[in-house]
Design a protein around this ligand. Structure first.
Ligand SMILES: Cc1ncc(COP(=O)(O)O)c(C=O)c1O
Length: 477
């Protein structure tokens, strides 16, 4: 249903010269790793096509071509795991079980850490919430978390005893606030993100792990955003639990993982009661398995786990210096370019975040005078650029940053190139100078181009409105 309109700006002219912003940035001209779909063409609303500039890696990253090729290779052998004596079942079981040790190595896990495959990070954290220690039917402690978290690392803890802390304006101050709260006692688990999905700022997880342990608590790190951008070593950092998702780590098919200390996990409530999760079942009682099987009831996502494991191998083999230089070059180019565009503001949580080393490939910004959703629709329709708008499933943080209606997020990684950032800057400059080149309307809660005659590929259903339907659109924020 159409509820609002935003007219094209009269006298619209494309801006030129925007690419001069590339300046002296020599790095990141090419993707660091090949990804599937890097050259797909996006239809423009004014006609013609352009290479799709994917600046939405933080939501789901494209598959590495190595991973796509691996999946094609194993697909003919894809079969049920664990219970089949057949050749394909045996191979699939071996791939699935081997994926655990590959993932354990990737995150520097301890030899006895459980590696449990889940649907995604959200699932992993919900699983852990069901395993917090209980005595006489009551939880033995509370979960402590910051107000900057993604809902996946916030809402599961609201189902158990919990406390929250508002992050300070600095990282150092935030660590102090957590210390004060931990010192009050009674915290069993500190739940913290490795990097903000909203601003890309990295949290000091080694220091936070030490802090949690000093006060008798454990720590879980939501590494959904960190794992695709930084090497992680949970044994060295003394992190108790780590959760992340394959789909953000260049692995399609949607597997997530929870890695961590087995004692709570082996005593906790089975996450998915059912086949495979038991040692023995009777009509009215059951003896639950321990280890990953306890929580992986039902047929597992074999291809998802295989893809995730293969992606971790590719990432582990990257030259770390080159990897970070690639992503830092794009990020600093983008941040500097955004700062030069009048009316564009870049958002950050902490004032003491170290540029480069302290951030991942995520940049958050807004454009004065325009709804974030309208800017996103414009960039997509008129420039073939995909990025994220809204509140990023982090409503408390967006509200506190003074962005209750949302903002924009550009995110990138191994398959990105400087040109993607250049195109974004050029599109924003054009918007500031000339305004919109098309009429836009609000349809099903999202800004979309009016009279959009573009078609999806023949195999995709083209139902007007559904592509833009978005959750979390309650404007009350
Ligand atoms: C920091 C963070 N945590 C958790 C999640 C949830 O991940 P998933 O959707 O894979 O469960 C996301 C997804 O955007 C995220 O960015």
């Amino acid at each position: 249903m159409t509820t609002a309109t935003f007219p094209a700006t009269p006298g619209f002219q494309p801006a030129d010269g925007a690419s001069d912003l590339a300046g002296s940035f020599a790095l990141a001209g090419r993707p660091l790793s090949a990804v599937t779909g890097a050259e797909i063409q996006a239809p423009l609303i004014q006609g013609g096509h352009v290479r799709y500039a994917n600046l939405d890696y933080g939501a789901s990253a494209p598959a590495l071509t190595v991973v796509s090729a691996y999946l094609n290779e194993i697909l003919p052998f894809y079969a049920s795991v664990h219970r089949g004596a057949g050749y394909a079942s045996q191979i699939s079981t071996s791939v699935y079980e081997n994926a655990r040790s590959i993932v354990r190595d990737f995150v520097g896990g301890r030899a006895d850490d459980s590696v449990i495959f889940t649907r995604n990070t959200t699932d992993s954290l919900n699983l852990l919430a069901g395993c917090l220690p209980v005595s006489d039917g009551r939880h033995t402690g509370e979960v402590l978390y910051l107000d900057i978290e993604h809902h996946a690392n916030l809402l599961p803890w609201q189902t158990v005893p919990h406390r929250s802390v508002v992050a300070a304006p600095t990282l150092a101050g935030t660590v102090e606030r957590l210390r004060e709260e931990l010192a009050h006692g009674g915290v069993s688990l500190l739940a913290v993100t490795g990097a903000s999905n909203v601003t890309g700022e990295i949290l000091p997880i080694r220091a936070l792990a030490a802090l949690a342990h000093e006060y008798g608590a454990r720590i879980v790190v939501d590494a959904a955003q960190l794992a695709p951008h930084r090497r992680i070593d949970i044994a060295a950092d003394d992190v108790d639990y780590l959760a992340f998702s394959g789909h953000k780590l260049y692995a399609p098919f949607g597997a997530g993982v929870l890695v961590g200390r087995p004692d709570w996990l082996d005593a906790g409530t089975p996450h998915l009661a059912g086949g495979g999760a038991v040692r023995d079942a009777r009509l009215d009682n059951v003896s639950w398995a321990t280890g990953p099987a306890r929580h992986e009831g039902g047929s597992p996502n074999v291809l998802g786990a295989a893809a995730l494991a293969r992606a971790t191998q590719v990432i582990a083999a990257l030259d770390e210096e080159q990897w970070h230089a690639h992503e830092n070059a794009i990020r600093s180019f983008l941040v500097e370019g955004l700062a030069r565009i009048e009316g564009v503001a870049v958002h950050q949580i902490f004032t003491d975040t170290e540029p480069g080393a302290g951030t991942i490939g995520v940049v958050n910004f807004s454009v004065e005078g325009y709804d974030a959703g309208l800017v996103a629709a414009y960039l997509s329709a008129e420039h073939g650029i995909g990025l994220r708008d809204g509140r990023f499933c982090a409503h408390p943080l967006l509200r506190r940053l003074g962005l209750p209606a949302g903002s924009l997020r550009a995110s990138f990684g191994l398959g990105s190139r400087l040109e993607d950032a250049q195109r974004l800057l050029a599109g924003l400059q054009e918007l500031r100078q000339n305004g919109l080149g098309w009429d836009y309307v609000v349809d099903a809660g999202r800004w979309v181009p009016a009279n959009d005659a573009r078609k999806y590929p023949h195999w995709a259903p083209n139902t007007p409105g559904t592509a833009g339907a978005a959750p979390c659109t309650d404007g009350t924020a």
